[in-house]
Design a protein around this ligand. Structure first.
Ligand code: ATP
Length: 800
């Protein structure tokens, strides 16, 4: 028997022993958990039996209160013990099939011998309560495994740095209790295991990567020192993976005070949410909150406007190049997302302190009781130096005062008497009883007959004023729509705001040209008058509203993770910061995949709006340059489309070169696609996506291809409302495929007609970076390949 197979046997014996220890523990825990559960249920059912309720005098009340409190405390302790033990049981069960994935032999400086450490998804202590049979991958000592090859190594603990030597580093793939692969590595994480993992098929759900986290990814996962962490990473470099393992890491590190509900992940669309939803549960953690920015906007603006969906905006951008207004629309989208516009909006707020506020008069029963002018005069009469939102709040109090006076005066109005006469007996009695009760509580000598009418008048008037008070409290007297519209009503306001502050320079650099600005203004005002708001206006509008009314905040959230961050505007980052004032933020993106027209240059560090968000000293920047998703051939091809592509390093996994297929027309293209799908499926690729540029093109492709019996039912069309990411054969527009991956990708139309403009380069790049194993591009138009394909050296792909 070779030395290696003896070693293998030894390791397998250890696996068996550890699994036996798990099973023993599970056997011990199961009845205990059951007992604790029944105790908790019993305790809840009989809660009151042991509480002496006596409310006769103050002492008895106090005693009753104390006895209830004690009882509640006992219940809470039992519940806690039950939860704790149940979690341990679940964790142990989860470890059973694959107890660990790594081993290091670490010789700590100053100690006599080295220790063998086995790393898995959760810690497990032997019966002695001291010996770790498995270390959780998130423990400080486990970082050795990810950060160092054999040799000198160190890790940080709350008590300081501990250094020593890694004498051995071993990786395992254990399935169902059997070691399937095992090897020693001289690297940080051996590529062999990574090869194994990456050569598998793409699933409909993302997998955790804890067994093969790379050193740079580990830095991102464990960074907990800066308020804002910005990660720029190449396509497929593991940004989403790092974000999710980071969430798991933080939940572990701060387990005494952080819960999953205090973390939120912003993702690009609901389908992406479903794609990543299993990673945290797989790691034994509850899922953190997941949302999209659009969901938030829709919630906030519901009932105010019909807000354009950003995916509809995207369709316009991709398909309506012939529209005469197209260039102006694009310029408007970019400008309204820019830091320039953000600063201009702040200048606008400052200007409003002295002029320009717009209010709505307050009307009651068809007449104006407080005119727009009166409200405005009161606002500008104030000499307060407070902020705009504070002054609006003061104004609200003043309006409430005026309305209360008015309410009192209104009691003697004729309409009140009329209304009283129409009260039926039941309503009358009811109103009277309620009022009398209230009055008697205030004045026990209340004499009904005498004040009856007065009281009823008061009640009737109050009923009519109540909705008015509600509106005033909700600041509906501020004409926010008018204030936003005002910015686009004539050129002079914006022109005069340029240069109002240091932040907005005095020239019009970065500003749409005059003709375009006129078109932007006309479009914005036109839509608003129809009760609509373009997607690009939604965040600036809400931002202005909050500048005026004060920001709504969620102080409960402690960590915000924003994935695919390249497509957020300066406004949106600012917004998220304001919305979660107590949170730390992790922003992950790839500027080469910035596909929405609103995207700003966020990852160029100098001048990036991100740098200003919390200040440079509270912002850490990290880069991920190694790309894991796709084969070397695909990465070589896709990175050649980028100016800085040579910074991207492919992981060395081989597959076929991308294939560019020249077809004689659309029918020929469809025929080739059908043949290729069959061949790819025969090769064992289960997840295949036909990626189109737009939804319109996806719909068209679906109509053409579903008629083919060979594809039949298996072909599915994805659109913005598709809730779940499913495994199989899909047709999907490129912008919905961002963030997800497939075994094979077929680019439905890679002609210059489809991807001809420079502005479409990033979308094309995003589409071509989705496959793990195979990339095929089809050109249905003779000799008119997209310039992005033609720009790639011919050795990097094959032509047919
Ligand atoms: N350390 C790793 N070990 C194993 N697999 C990894 C590792 N890092 C990344 N991967 C795999 O690479 C693929 C891409 O990862 P991920 O989606 O997180 O990248 P991304 O940077 O968010 O990509 P993109 O920006 O293109 O959407 C996934 O299949 C992921 O599981």
């Amino acid at each position: 028997m070779s030395e290696w197979s003896t070693e293998w046997d030894k390791e397998q014996r250890r696996v068996d022993e550890v699994i036996a220890a798990f099973k023993k523990r599970i056997k011990e825990y199961e009845p205990l958990v059951g007992e604790l559960r029944s105790e908790v249920v019993d305790f809840r059912t009989n809660f009151w039996d042991d509480v002496t309720v006596n409310l006769s005098n103050d002492d008895d009340v106090l005693e009753t209160f104390m006895s209830m409190k004690q009882q509640a405390q006992i219940l809470s302790e039992r519940e806690h013990s039950h939860r704790h033990l149940l979690n341990q049981l679940k964790r142990t069960r989860r470890l059973l099939p694959s107890p660990y994935f790594g081993r290091i032999d670490f010789h700590e400086k100053g100690t006599p011998a080295s220790e063998k450490l086995y790393i898995g998804v959760a810690s497990f202590l032997a019966d002695d309560g001291e010996t770790f049979l498995v270390y959780d991958w998130r423990t400080p000592i486990a970082s050795l495994y990810y950060d160092f090859p054999p040799g000198h190594a160190a890790y940080n603990t709350p008590g300081g740095e501990i250094s020593g030597t890694i004498e051995l580093k071993r990786q395992f793939a254990i399935r169902d209790g059997h070691i399937r692969t095992m090897f020693d590595t001289g690297m940080t994480i051996g590529d062999e295991l990574l090869q194994n993992v990456l050569s598998k098929g793409a699933g409909s759900q993302m997998q955790s990567i804890v067994a093969t986290i790379q050193h740079e990814q580990n830095q991102i996962i464990r960074n907990d020192s800066s308020r804002l962490l910005v990660v720029q990473g190449a396509a497929g470099s593991g940004k989403t993976s790092a974000a999710l393992q980071r969430a798991a890491y933080l939940l572990y590190k701060h387990r005494e005070r952080l819960t999953a509900e205090q973390m939120v992940l912003f993702s690009p669309n609901p389908m992406f949410n479903s794609y990543v939803a299993t990673v945290l549960p797989e790691l034994g953690e509850d899922n953190i909150q997941q949302t999209t920015f659009q969901e938030y906007l829709n919630r906030r603006l519901a009932g105010t406007f019909d807000v354009e969906d950003p995916f509809d905006q995207m369709e316009y951008v991709l398909t309506k190049q012939d529209d005469p207004e197209y260039d102006a629309v694009i310029a408007g989208i970019a400008f309204k997302a820019s830091s320039r516009f953000l600063h201009l909006m702040r200048s606008y707020r400052d200007r409003l302190l002295t002029e320009g506020m717009r209010f709505k008069g307050i009307r009651f029963k068809g007449r104006t009781v407080l005119s727009r002018q009166a409200i405005e005069a009161q606002f500008y009469n104030s000499k307060s130096a407070a902020s705009l939102s504070y002054r609006v709040d003061e104004l609200k109090d003043w309006i409430m005062q005026q309305l209360r006076k008015l309410e009192r005066a209104e009691r003697s109005a004729d309409w009140v008497k009329e209304e009283l006469d129409y009260l039926d007996q039941e309503q009358y009695q009811d109103a009277f009883n309620r009022l009398a009760k209230r009055q008697q509580a205030k004045n026990p000598a209340f004499d009904d007959a005498q004040q009856e009418e007065e009281l009823l008048r008061e009640g009737v008037v109050r009923t009519h004023f109540r909705p008015l008070y509600r509106k005033v409290k909700a600041l509906r007297f501020v004409d926010t729509k008018g204030l936003y519209r005002q910015l686009f009503e004539n050129d002079s306001l914006v022109a005069s705001l340029i240069g109002d502050s240091d932040e907005t320079s005095k020239d019009r650099v970065g500003f749409p040209d005059e003709q375009q600005w006129k078109q932007i203004c006309a479009r914005t005002v036109g839509l608003m008058d129809e009760g609509k708001l373009a997607a690009e206006d939604a965040t600036p509008y809400l931002y202005l509203k909050e500048l005026i009314e004060g920001f709504q905040m969620n102080g409960n959230i402690r960590y915000v993770l924003m994935d695919e961050a390249q497509d957020y505007s300066a406004f949106q980052f600012e917004f998220v910061k304001r919305l979660f004032p107590r949170a730390r933020m992790t922003v992950l993106g790839d500027f080469n995949q910035a596909i929405f027209a609103q995207a700003s240059d966020l990852h160029e560090r100098s001048g990036s709006p991100l740098e200003g968000l919390y200040g440079p000293e509270d912002t850490a920047w990290m880069n991920l340059t190694r790309s894991y998703r796709s084969t070397r051939e695909i990465v070589d091809f896709t990175r050649a489309m980028l100016a800085d592509g040579d910074r991207i390093v492919p992981f060395d996994r081989s597959g076929g070169k991308p294939l560019a297929i020249q077809c004689t027309g659309e029918q020929d293209r469809d025929r080739r696609i059908i043949e290729d799908i069959a061949a790819l499926q025969a090769e064992g690729f289960g997840s295949i996506a036909i990626i189109t540029k737009s939804q319109a093109e996806a719909n068209e492709a679906f109509e053409r291809l579903r008629a083919v019996p060979a594809l039949g039912e298996s072909l599915r069309l994805v659109n913005k409302t598709t809730p779940q990411f499913e495994h199989g054969l899909l047709i999907i527009p490129a912008y919905l495929a961002k963030g997800v991956e497939f075994d094979a990708v077929l680019i439905y139309d890679a002609s210059a007609r489809c991807y001809g403009r420079e502005s479409e380069r990033k979308l094309f790049y995003t589409a071509c970076t989705r496959p793990m194993h195979r990339l095929r591009l089809y050109n249905p138009i003779e000799a008119a390949w997209s310039p992005f394909v033609l720009g790639v050296s011919e050795e990097l792909y094959e032509r047919q």
